[in-house]
Design a protein around this ligand. Structure first.
Ligand SMILES: [Zn+2]
Length: 1015
């Protein structure tokens, strides 16, 4: 049962998709049967659509502390935050209180000069890859300048790479960031000639059946670049030829990146669907707008169009702006009301071809000709009516809505300069319900079956023009529009222009539509993996943001979102999260993103609550010292966390959810004292494995979970100090582990993760250098993604658990797998060579969209009840996939099988009589450090960042720590020490407890309390 059935169901409300960038024949994601998504002749992979990562405050803080450059930057610029891409380890975005770099109201060249200085400093201090950055493009939108720097390596440009700055109109730098792939190390010079690369590219397409026999694609572009595939955050930038090939059969515009060293095709996709020869048609020159005295005549131009109507309704005459007329050797363009004045000598001959400064229309049903109007005018008034006598409906609609789409750009971003030439529009194409942008023109098919002529739909036309908008702006900044955002942004331009959530409304008749932005699609793939389906997340989030702002601020609020949409294209976001970050930046009113923005709650609700997009700035900042294992038999469990709203709201509620030994989670209300929230759980039974997570809610109703991956990712501790029975870090010989596939190819491997091309795998091992994982190493067989239709497993050697109680598996996991309804990741256990029995599996949801995606190493503890006391226990990690969506699969590191200890960690082995030898024994891991605390009055105290220990180091009863330094558990795991019990202590009680030092990011753990009453 693969994804088709599900996609079909989810799309049953969406009749089809608008443009030609459809997942028709993607080998990875075949289109559903029935052809509803099969618009146009799209073939091959879709435009790349990178996956956002989850911004985890704790992880980000650790990364900042570990980076000398980040520490120095934050020291130099107090209040700034640096966020890293956890998959590449490179800086991603940084923001904080605006840094003055230019004067208020500075001109573009002053902004450029300031940006250059700042960029050079960042480049040096952060050792950013490539040459000293040079400015590629400066865009304007709202109150921001968007400055994009080129990343180049010895003069060779890197695609989709480089530093980007935001400077506000008051001259303050408010954000910097970028994407910084390093050059691969294979060499600096091309070994292949461009002609060889082209030959290899064509061979690549032919081998995949993507070129018809005898068809020879035309080379539209070739450049030597550094290229790190957009969907591969760890990838180095390879030296490649970027080739753009226009193919006729099947029609496609191929973007192909051929390695200039070894000829490998690093990435390819079909960027533009139809060739249709429109690439060869020159766009119209910019037509001068002649202003003259109204002397000869005044013209009123109307056109019969589907203004405010659905395609199946009867068009009506409407004033036509931006239409050019020729008279007496000059050009006149109609104004917003469809009028123009001719001031020359009349009578005069007047002509028009239904074109103008922004749109030029060609009718492919009649050989690419244009509509034609001609009249001989005397004086007075000229009433021009574009109707069926001089034009076709598709020409009129395409022109009219195309002009509207262009004018929306300038209306929302008056500083835009990239849309002052005419875009060719082709109508009357043969094709069922087709509409597409091919990089140089927008194109619409004639009516076919139940489908109207696609040019009749205002939103379809504006969707296609929207592709032109984003492609042009991204290209100016040296970037490529990701497929999923491109679709979402096109839908948004169309929908916001008409103020209707349904795109393609009525295209197949009354009550039909193509996509609805008033949707509940959740990030990343809930409504499907194709770029249009993924675009519904972006479209839905912005649409909800617009609704929220309308509810709170009326038409002005809504207009602010529309303006931000157009401005933020200059931020060239690659993911939904980056798109949201740019929106927040434009919403900010104090040049400091780190303290939130005025409408953050509206946007959090839209992007994160409604659509599941990882929010770039968590609206509630949470600090929590993870609880460690505790063998303390007296203290209850204290859950404690600090939570602060950064949106100006207050935290009004907090809940701790806990589960004991894999039971269902129980909610525990927390109480606050200032920012600190606490909840107390009576001591669970010992031994027990306790999992927990938090939920905080602010006064605006915003809810934030901690850890953010909860409940898939949770914190875990034990009520005992486990003893390790077996451990494996996969760093040494692992010959006693075995792997096999019972179906498909076994791709389990031991090795270093972080293969450049693998988007879903960890950048590095959790500890040591190696891990066990599916599809780790790049070679001809492996692509980082587990294979379809595979059942494969990795099995541990037999582990002797004789005499062991409460056996558990404790390991670090980085797993990405499709919803368990389709692909299953399982852990199984076999006892004494018996059958393997499942003990854990990924979630299988009813909707089939709850994919398990770890974005960090997660600790995972699983109780293995059947293993208790058994002489031969084997643990198995299994992966079973269907034919559909595949991810990175398993990555496993730092694995232990452990058990409860035979006795408490702290025991007395001496005498309690005065004058006699007092001796205590501490059991721990060999080499483990600890301190021993003692107290004469039992006074349980919670010590922040230490845990629940029984000694109050600040209280009057505190006696001593023996000795004051860290002790070490010797090999053998037992430490013993003691002293002579002094006289005079008779009758009193001494309480002892060991606190074990943490290793790395592990929390402290504590022993039991040993109480000794002296005789
Ligand atoms: Zn589209």
């Amino acid at each position: 049962m693969r994804g088709e059935a599900r996609i079909m169901i989810l799309l049953s409300t969406a009749i089809s998709v608008v443009c030609a960038q459809d997942p028709a024949a993607s080998p990875a994601f075949p289109a559903p049967a029935g052809g509803l998504e099969r618009w146009g002749d799209s073939v091959g992979p879709e435009a790349p659509s990178p996956l956002a990562f989850v911004v985890d405050d704790g992880d980000q803080n650790r990364r900042t502390s570990a980076s000398p450059a980040a520490r120095r930057f934050v020291a130099d610029h107090p209040g700034w935050r640096v966020l890293f891409d956890p998959r590449s380890g490179m800086p991603w975005r940084s923001f904080g209180p605006g840094i003055p770099v230019a004067r208020s109201g500075a001109a573009e060249h002053e902004i450029a000069a300031a940006a250059r200085i700042f960029a050079a400093e960042l480049h040096a201090r952060w050792s950013l890859p490539g040459d000293v950055p040079e400015i590629g493009y400066i865009g304007r939108g709202g109150r921001l300048w968007y400055v994009s720097f080129r990343q180049a390596h010895r003069g060779v440009r890197a695609t989709n790479a480089g530093l980007t700055l935001r400077i506000d109109t008051e001259g303050r730098l408010v954000l910097w960031g970028g994407r910084f792939p390093r050059a691969d190390t294979s060499g600096e010079f091309a070994l292949l000639a461009e002609a060889d690369a082209r030959m290899l590219a064509v061979a690549h397409l032919r081998a995949r059946g993507l070129l018809a026999d005898g068809s020879a694609p035309r080379l539209a572009l070739a450049e030597l670049v550094r290229h790190a595939p957009l969907e591969r955050p760890n990838s180095p930038a390879y030296l490649v030829y970027r080739l753009r090939l226009s193919a006729d059969r099947p029609r496609a515009e191929w973007e192909i990146y051929v390695d200039a060293r070894d000829g490998a095709v690093r990435e390819f996709w079909n960027d533009i669907r139809h060739a249709a020869a429109c690439g060869e048609r020159a766009s119209s020159p910019h037509l001068p707008h002649v202003v003259s005295r109204p002397r000869g005549f005044v013209a009123a131009v109307t056109s019969v169009v589907h203004e405010g109507l659905e395609p199946w309704q009867t068009a009506v005459a409407t004033a036509l702006p931006d239409c050019a007329f020729q008279a007496a050797g000059a050009t006149y363009v109609t104004d917003a009301t469809g009028g123009f004045s001719f001031g020359g000598a009349s009578p005069v001959s007047v002509q028009s071809s239904l074109d103008g400064p922004w749109i030029t229309t060609f009718n492919q049903a009649v050989g690419g000709t244009q509509a034609y109007y001609s009249a001989f005018v005397a004086t007075g008034a000229l009433n021009v009516l574009w109707d069926d006598s001089v034009s076709t409906q598709s020409e009129r609609d395409a022109f009219y809505f195309g002009v509207r789409a262009r004018n929306r750009v300038l209306q929302n971003n008056p500083t835009e300069t990239l849309f002052n030439t005419a875009l060719p529009v082709n109508v009357g194409l043969v094709g069922a319900c087709d509409a597409f942008y091919d990089g140089v023109s927008i194109n619409f098919s004639a009516a076919s079956g139940a489908c109207s002529d696609t040019a009749f739909s205002s939103t379809v036309v504006q969707h296609e023009y929207g592709h032109h908008v984003t492609a042009t702006i991204y290209a100016a900044h040296g970037r490529i529009v990701p497929g999923h955002l491109g679709e979402g942004f096109s839908d948004l331009q169309a929908a916001t222009s008409e103020n209707v959530s349904q795109v393609g409304k009525g295209l197949l008749g009354p009550g039909t539509f193509v996509r609805d932005l008033d949707n509940t699609c959740r990030w990343p793939f809930q409504c499907g993996v194709g770029i249009h389906a993924r675009g519904k997340v972006t479209g839905g989030a912005w649409w909800k943001a617009r609704q929220n702002r309308f509810a709170s601020g009326g038409a002005n609020g809504r207009a602010a979102v529309d303006a931000a949409l157009y401005a933020h294209f200059h931020g060239t976001p690659e993911t939904e999260t980056e798109s949201c970050l740019e929106l927040l930046l434009l919403d900010d009113d104090d040049a400091d993103l780190s303290d939130g923005t005025p409408h953050l709650a509206d946007y959090y609700d839209a992007f994160t609550t409604a659509h599941g997009v990882p929010f770039p700035i968590p609206p509630i900042r949470i600090e929590h010292a993870t609880l460690g294992d505790t063998a303390d038999q007296w203290q209850p469990i204290h859950f404690r966390a600090e939570a602060v709203s950064i949106s100006g709201s207050t935290i009004v509620g907090a809940t701790c959810f806990y589960a004991v030994n894999g039971s269902a989670f129980t909610a525990l209300a927390m109480t606050s004292s200032g920012p600190e929230w606490t909840a107390t759980l009576p001591r669970p039974p010992t031994p027990a494995i306790v999992s927990y997570y938090f939920r905080f809610v602010d006064a605006l109703g915003t809810a934030v979970y901690w850890p953010s991956a909860a409940p898939d990712g949770v914190f875990t501790f034990r009520t005992y100090r486990p003893v390790v029975v077996f451990e494996e870090g996969f760093d040494g010989a692992v010959g006693n582990w075995s792997s096999a596939a019972t179906s498909g190819t076994n791709d389990w491997q031991f090795g270093a993760p972080g293969a450049a091309a693998f988007a879903f795998d960890p950048p590095a091992a959790f500890s040591g250098g190696f891990v066990a994982g599916t599809d780790l190493a790049p070679n001809a067989t492996f692509d980082g993604i587990y294979a379809p239709n595979v059942v494969e497993h990795l099995t541990s050697p037999a582990i002797d658990c004789t005499g062991r109680a409460f056996v558990a598996l404790d390991y670090r996991r980085w797993l990405s797998v499709e919803d368990g309804a389709f692909d299953q990741a399982r852990i199984l256990v076999s006892v004494n060579n018996g059958a393997f029995v499942p003990v854990w599996n990924n979630v299988a949801s009813i909707t089939g969209d709850d994919h398990h995606l770890d974005f960090a190493w997660a600790r995972h503890v699983v109780r293995l009840t059947a293993a208790d006391g058994q002489p031969s226990v084997r643990v198995r990690f299994e992966l079973a996939s269907d034919a559909g969506i595949n991810f990175g699969g398993w990555n496993i590191d730092h694995l232990r099988i452990d058990a409860s200890p035979p006795s408490p960690p702290l025991t007395s082995v001496g005498s309690t009589a005065t004058g006699q030898q007092l001796a205590v024994q501490v059991r721990g891991g060999a080499g483990e450090g600890f301190i021993l605390c003692a107290d004469v009055v039992y006074a349980p105290t919670f010590v922040p960042y230490v845990g629940a220990i029984s000694i109050d180091p600040y209280g009057p009863t505190f006696v001593f720590v023996v000795p004051p330094d860290l002790l070490t558990v010797p090999s053998g795991g037992l430490w013993a020490g003691g002293t002579i019990v002094p006289p005079g202590l008779s009758g009193s009680t001494l309480h002892l407890q060991a606190v074990f030092a943490s290793v790395g990011s592990d929390p402290y753990s504590v022993s039991n309390v040993l109480s000794l009453t002296f005789q």
